[in-house]
Design a protein around this ligand. Structure first.
Ligand SMILES: O=C(CO)[C@H](O)[C@H](O)COP(=O)(O)O
Ligand SMILES: [Fe+2]
Length: 226
């Protein structure tokens, strides 16, 4: 059993956008630790979600930390806008530009926690030089751009490599894509501490089931197997 605290971060990408504020309030009440906000630009990834104005309006319905995943390139021009819109953690992709260190400095200069995400095709070593500059390492377990994709099994090896690299530094290791109650145990054992879950929480939009779905992932991730 992992001794590290486990956080569940429902991704509102799979929420009903027509009732977005209600959906955010529902996952807050259902026990979400963080609210995961996927920002897609139709350039870095082949999909468009929404921007800082929409995020700022739903920010008002909860006090929970907003974990903002920017799938945007170039990203530097948008850091201040998402900080102002109420982000607590701003995560950028290592692949999104040539000046990762500068971008991470810009996030911390806004007084926000800084995260770096790596795509399935990017090695964990890509973040080695910025370990002192991040609060969160996001290991993508699908190719970014869409919710509802299947977890890529090779992610478990990458999570183990990430845990070995991070060691006991105060850096959260987040996993994003295809997370369910069925794979949460293996993902926790591999070293993840923050579990993003979109379709496995919001699937079907039956609000009353959100507490059960979040609890199922948390329970799988924290259950002793040996
Ligand atoms: O960053 C993302 C996609 O790029 C989403 O956070 C992720 O896909 C969550 O959705 P699901 O749990 O349905 O895979
Ligand atoms: Fe995400």
């Amino acid at each position: 059993m992992t001794s590290r605290p486990i956080r569940i971060a429902p991704s509102i990408l799979s929420a009903d956008f027509g009732r977005l504020a209600e959906e955010v309030a529902a996952i807050d009440a259902a026990g979400a630790d963080y609210i995961h906000v996927d920002i897609m630009d139709g350039h870095f990834v082949p999909n468009i979600s929404f921007g800082p104005a929409v995020m700022a309006s739903v920010r008002q319905v909860t006090q929970k930390p907003f974990d903002v995943h920017l799938m945007v390139a170039p990203v530097d021009p948008y850091i201040a806008a998402f900080a102002k819109a109420g982000a607590d953690v701003i995560t950028v992709h290592a692949e999104a530009g040539p000046h990762l260190h500068r971008t991470l400095q810009a996030i911390r200069a806004e007084g926000k926690n800084a995260g770096v995400a790596i795509n399935p095709g990017t090695p964990v070593s890509a973040v080695e030089a910025v370990l002192d500059d991040i609060d969160l390492l996001l290991v993508m377990s699908v190719n970014p751009g869409f919710g509802g994709q299947a977890f890529i099994p090779g992610t478990l090896d990458k999570l183990r490599q990430a845990r070995a690299l991070v060691g006991n530094r105060p850096i959260e290791i987040e996993v994003d894509g295809g997370i369910t109650a069925d794979n949460a145990r293996a993902v926790a054992d591999a070293g993840a501490t923050v579990f993003v879950a979109g379709s496995s929480v919001f699937g079907g939009n039956e609000t009353q089931t959100y507490p059960h779905r979040i609890a199922a992932i948390r329970s799988a991730a924290t259950t002793r197997t040996a």
